[in-house]
Design a protein around this ligand. Structure first.
Ligand code: PLP
Length: 421
């Protein structure tokens, strides 16, 4: 059956999606336990987070079911959650928010999808694109856009640091040369690097958004005020040009699909209408559960006593392991130190290729994610192909035994690649 142009794009499997299918197919069935999956984007099973969500959902099922489960609700979000969000951000940051500043969606991915359809695309003073100010960034952003070439990423400046470290910086001059910005989107702390925007970064991006009269979407899925999986250098700001996105997923509830955005009504209003027109609204029992844990302090307590310490310790453990096990004569570097759910590694040698590493590790029943998928069209971006294909992502969500064995096999493959074997 023929598909429309946007249908063709949306029905296609992105590079990363096809790898995820590969992971699912390979790990199905009786031999599933033999695989070491270091590619997952799932949050780790932090016991206190699981207990919190299980209790809050049970309370919602017991007390909110008639109101939340048996009726359609508002597209902007259930009254309980919108009110809880307004109070929570007033308490936390002193923000004065009304319902017109808030919209809830079935996951922050869907909120960003709506935004992409509304604020970027053909017909908006020429073709306006989703611009990612610093790639690598969350590979899921590449599926947000229904049009070919509708999303672009600005290559980073790369700084080598002491030890096996490197760090990206915003190339603001390159960003400012773009004349096609419809919206900007950046995860902070970022997936895959854990890099969080500094005050100077945020000021620069906010000023550019205001000049171009476009929204800057800051995706706080890993950041502040919850779940603080990585270190945050600059707390979210309330600004007419900034739309802040938040998600319950990385705080431990990815399956129930709840995210929300806060911003100026000129951006939030159209997103709420988009929800009416597309999904009607987000699941309501889960909205009520989120409202409960935001209102009574459980979310903050679980963040500070369980989620943040869990990932801090895991990152420290994996950093140490990599230092011990990876060959000392290989120039491997890790993106430096803001924590996060992942390690982002760069092997700066001509013999290294991310997809070769993927294939060879898969032969040894280990999955990692090739670096190229976190850049937009890297092979067609001058100067970026070499770097993008020399990176890969390791997830910290797996348990320690799996990570230890996976890193042993990674070290073996690196030695083989180095020796041309
Ligand atoms: N934003 C980032 C940076 C992510 O890494 C992910 C998932 O991996 C999402 C958003 C998706 O969030 P949600 O589950 O709320 O749609």
């Amino acid at each position: 059956m023929p598909l429309s142009l946007s249908g063709t794009k949306m029905a296609g499997l992105s590079g990363l999606r096809s790898i995820m299918e590969d992971v699912a197919a390979s790990t199905a069935g009786a031999s599933a336990d033999e695989w070491l999956n270091l590619s997952v984007g799932n949050p780790a099973p932090v016991p206190a987070a699981r207990d919190m969500w299980r209790a809050a959902l049970a309370e919602s099922a017991a007390e909110d079911f008639d109101e939340a489960g048996c009726r359609y609700g508002p597209s902007r979000g259930s009254h309980a959650l919108v009110e809880a969000v307004a109070h929570y951000f007033h308490r936390t940051y002193g923000w004065e928010l009304g319902p017109e500043n808030i919209v809830v969606g079935p996951g922050s991915q869907m909120v960003c999808f709506a935004a992409a359809a509304l604020f970027a695309g053909p017909g908006l003073h020429g073709d306006r694109r989703i611009v990612l100010p610093l790639v690598p960034d969350y590979t899921g952003y590449q599926g947000l856009c229904m049009h070919e070439d509708g999303i672009v990423g600005v290559a980073p400046l790369i700084h080598r640091e002491g030890g096996p470290r490197f760090r990206y910086a915003l190339d603001t001059q390159a960003l400012r040369r773009r004349t096609d910005i419809g919206m900007m989107l950046v995860s902070s702390p970022g997936n895959p690097t854990g890099r969080a925007l500094s005050r100077a970064d945020l000021d620069e991006l906010t000023a550019l958004a205001a000049e171009c009269e476009v929204p800057l979407f800051v995706d706080n899925a890993y950041g502040a005020p919850f779940p603080r999986i990585a270190e945050v250098h600059t707390e979210p700001v309330l600004n007419d040009s900034v739309v802040n996105c938040f998600s319950a997923s990385k705080a431990g509830l990815p399956g129930e699909r709840i995210g929300f955005a806060i911003g100026h009504p000129k951006y939030i209003g159209p997103i709420a209408s988009f929800m009416s027109n597309s999904v009607l609204h987000a699941p309501q029992l889960a909205q009520h559960a989120l409202a409960r844990v935001m209102a009574d302090g459980r979310l903050d307590a679980t963040t500070s006593t369980a989620i943040t310490p869990y990932y801090r310790e895991k990152k420290r453990f994996v950093e140490e392991l990599l230092g011990e096990l990876l060959p000392a004569d290989v120039d491997w570097r890790m993106h430096s130190g803001d924590g996060g759910m992942f390690c982002w590694l760069w092997v700066d040698h001509p013999w290294f290729d991310d997809t070769t590493l993927y294939r060879r590790l898969k032969e040894r029943k280990v999955f990692v994610v090739p670096g190229r998928h976190f850049f937009v069209d890297p092979l067609r971006t001058p100067g970026l192909a070499e770097h993008a294909t020399r990176c890969f992502r390791l997830s910290l969500s797996a348990d320690e035994k799996v990570i230890i064995e996976g890193v042993h096999r990674l070290a073996d493959v690196l030695r083989e690649m180095r020796d041309g074997a």
